[in-house]
Design a protein around this ligand. Sequence first.
Ligand code: AP5
Ligand code: MG
Length: 195
Amino acid sequence: MFNIIVLGPPGCGKGTQSNNITKKYGLTHISTGEILREEIELHTHIGRIVKTYIDKGSLVPDDIMMQKVFVSAVNLENSNGLLFDGFPRTILQAEYLDDILRIYDKKISLVFHLNVEENELYNRILHRSIDSKRSDDQLEIAKNRLKVYYKNTFPLIDYYLKQKKLKTISGMAEISEVFGKISSVIDDKINKTEK
Ligand code: AP5
Ligand code: MG
C-alpha cells in the first residue's frame, strides 16, 4: 500500500492534484472537505454541527475529524493505497493518523506540500466562487481560512520534514506541469521501494 498526504493552503490545488494522483495510481481519495460538505448537504446531525465551522472558515474540531477519517480509512483494506486531501490539519490529527496506520501495519509514504502565493490563492478561490456552491468561497472567509492554515496546519511541514517524507512542490504553474512534478516524485519513490 502506498499512502500519500497532499497539504497546502486553501485554493493551492489539493483537490485538483489529488484527483489526478488517485486516477493515475489507483489510490482511494479521502477528502475531508468533501466528506463534510456531503454531511451538510444530507442535513445530518454532524452536518449541522460542522456547517457552523466551515461557514466561518474555522477548523472542525479534531474529535469529529478523527472519527470521520477512521471510518473512511479502515474500510479500505483492498485499495492500492489512500490519498489524504485536507487531512491532517493539526499536529493532533497527524499523530492520530500515524497511530491508526501503525495499528494496521501501514504508514505514510509521501507528503506533498503545494506552495502558492497568497494573491493567487484568492484569485483561484474567487474565480471558483462564480459557480461553486461552497459557502466558504468568499474573500473574507478565505482570508480566515488562510490565517487558520498558518496557525494550525503550517507546523505539519516541520512534522513531516522530520519524518523525511515532505516534498514541497511549487503550485504556481499549469495544472499539468504541477502534476508532472508530483508524478515524477511518486515514480521515483515507487522505483526505490521496489529495488
Ligand atoms: P477543504 O475542502 O479541504 O478546503 P481548503 O483546504 O480550504 O481548500 P480548497 O478545497 O478550497 O482548495 P484546494 O487546495 O483543494 O484547491 P482546488 O484543487 O480546489 O476544507 C474546507 C473546510 O472544511 C475547512 O475550512 C474546515 O472548516 C473543514 N475541514 C476540512 N478538513 C478538515 C480537517 N482535517 N480538520 C478540520 N476541519 C477540516 O483548486 C482551487 C481552484 O483553483 C479550483 O477552481 C481549481 O480548478 C483551480 N486550480 C487548481 N490548480 C490550479 C493551477 N495550477 N492553476 C490555476 N488554477 C488552478
Ligand atoms: Mg479541496
